[in-house]
Write a protein of this length. Sequence first.
Length: 390
Amino acid sequence: MNAIIKDFKVVDTDTHVIEPYDLWTSRISVAKYGDKVPHVKWDPNHNEDAWFFGGERTTAAAGAAMAGWHEYPPKRPQRLEQVDPALYAAAPRLKKMDEYGIWAQILYPNVAGFGAGRYLALGDSELMLLCVKAYNDWLTEWSSVDPKRLVPQMALPFWDVQLSLKEMERCAKLGHKGLVMCGEPEHFGLPKLTDPQWDPLWAAAQDMGLPINFHIGTGDMWYFDMMHESIGRHAAFASMGALFSMDNGKIISQITCGGICERFPKLNFVSVESGVGWLPYLLQGLDYQWLNCGAHKENPHMKLLPSEYFKRQIYGCFWFEQGLKPAIDFLGADNILYETDFPHPTSMSPGPATSALAPGDYMEEVFQGVAREDVGKIVHSNAARIYHLD
C-alpha cells in the first residue's frame, strides 16, 4: 500500500455527486409545476439522456460521470446506466474510495451548476427555492450511508440573502459542513461579491463555522466558446479545462482586496478545482499592485497584504499538478488541500489517458521532498480542520 494512503486518512476536497434522474420529480409536484421541474429525457438531437429545466436542455445526464470511461472527453456515456455505480450510488462509492485510498470526500453538485445558477432560469421563485431544498435534502440522504466519509456541502438560493440564511441554518442542522457559493453573482444580475449586501451571509457562515466554497465555473463560461470549430472538439475541451481552473483568481482578488477577509477574519474560503501552482504569481501580483497603486493608503483599516489575508483564511485545491513544491515553498502547507475531481472528465480516476495518475501513485511522486508533517496537513489536517471532520 502507498505510504501516504497508509499513514493518513486522505480527504478528497473536490468530488461530485451524480444526481439521479428523479431527484426533483420525486420531491416536487409535477402536477403543479409540470415540465418546469428539472427532469431527464432522451435527446434525439444529441443521442443521449439530458437534463431539461422547463423546455430548455441544460446538460448531458451522464456527462459528468466520466471516471473510468473508455472515450476521451468531450465524448461521454449516453445514459447513466452505462457507468460504474460507484459514480452515482453511495455504497459503491465508499468501496471505490477504499480502493483508491480515500478516507473522505467533500461533495459538490453538477446539474444545477457548481454555484446553483441554473435554478434562476426557471423564472419561478417558489420553484427555485423548492429545487434548492430538494437537492440539499437528497444530498443529506445520499451522504447518510456514512456521513463521516461523505461530506455534504449545501446549495443556496443565493439570489435571496434572507432565504439563504434560513437554508444555511436548516442544512447545518442536517449535517452539511459547508456551503457552495456562486463566484460571479453579477453574471446573474446580482451585486458583486464585494457589495455589502452579502455581508449577512458572510457573517452567518462565520458564526456557524461553515467554509465558503467557490467552485470554478459558476459564472460567465466564456472559455467554452473561445475556439473556432475547426480546431476540433478535443483540443477545445483541453484548452477550456486548463483556463477553467484559473478563473477563481477573480474571486480571490475580490475577497482579499475587497475587504471581505478583513471584515470576517475567522471565515474560511476554499477555491475549489482551481489548482495551486499559479497562486504564488497571483498573490505576488496582488501585493505589488496593492502597494504600487496606493490601496494601502486608501484603505488604512486593512492592515494586511492580500497574500497575508490569503494565508490567514483561504485555501486552494490541487490534483494533477507536478510543480507542487514551489507552491508549498511560497504559501506554506497550511493553505493547500488535495482533491481528485472524481468522477469528472478531468478527474484522477483512470480513463483512456490517465491510468498513471491514480491517486496513490501520484501522491507518492508529487510529495517527494516535502516534509512528512506538511504532507499530513495537505492530505488530511487542513481539510479536517476547516470542515470540522471527526
